[in-house]
Design a binder for this molecule. Structure first.
Ligand code: HEC
Length: 139
């Protein structure tokens, strides 16, 4: 029993680590969650991480820009000024209005870092393992 608790604790700790990689320090030094920022900025009204809703799934975006050297700059620019035509094969031709007023530069950089990390092989696999295999209690 004690051993299984130890395992559960380990799993929880590793889940926190994964979560930690999605966090970044804001200007005042406090840890902020990219997903909270994205939600409060209205991004999640059109986007989801794994599914294409109104806009493309952020995992797809992450995969597409994986090998693009200036991906961060490009994505920030496209989000601030709006985007059309890049995801027609997924959205059927919908466009993203400029998000400049919806999110600050600092917070947008945090969200874009988070999106770009989604397809990075290691964290994604680790997260999938933790999510799909909940700890089994051995008695
Ligand atoms: C009104 C709906 C809507 C909102 C709100 C919205 N998006 Fe989008 N987003 C879209 C659509 C539609 C596309 C696909 C545009 C295209 O085909 O070029 C897109 C594309 C994107 C892309 C891919 C851009 C590229 O260069 O390939 C990213 C990243 C993104 N959105 C992030 C965000 C973030 C972050 C926010 C919040 C600040 C946000 N979106 C808010 C609808 C939206």
């Amino acid at each position: 029993m004690k051993f299984s608790l130890f395992i559960v604790t380990l799993l929880l700790l590793s889940a926190c680590d994964i979560d930690g990689s999605m966090r970044a320090n804001s200007k005042d030094g406090s840890a902020v969650d990219a997903r909270v920022i994205a939600a409060k900025s209205g991004c999640m009204g059109c986007h989801a991480v794994s599914n294409s809703v109104y806009g493309p799934a952020w995992k797809l975006v992450s995969q597409r820009y994986l090998d693009v050297p200036d991906a961060k700059e490009q994505l920030i620019y496209h989000i601030r000024t709006g985007s059309a035509g890049r995801w027609d094969h997924v959205t059927g031709g919908r466009r993203m209005p400029p998000q400049k007023g919806a999110i600050s530069d600092v917070e947008l950089a945090i969200v874009v870092d988070y999106i770009m990390a989604l397809a990075a092989p290691k964290p994604a696999q680790a997260a999938a393992t933790v999510e799909s295999e909940p700890p089994v209690e051995t008695h």
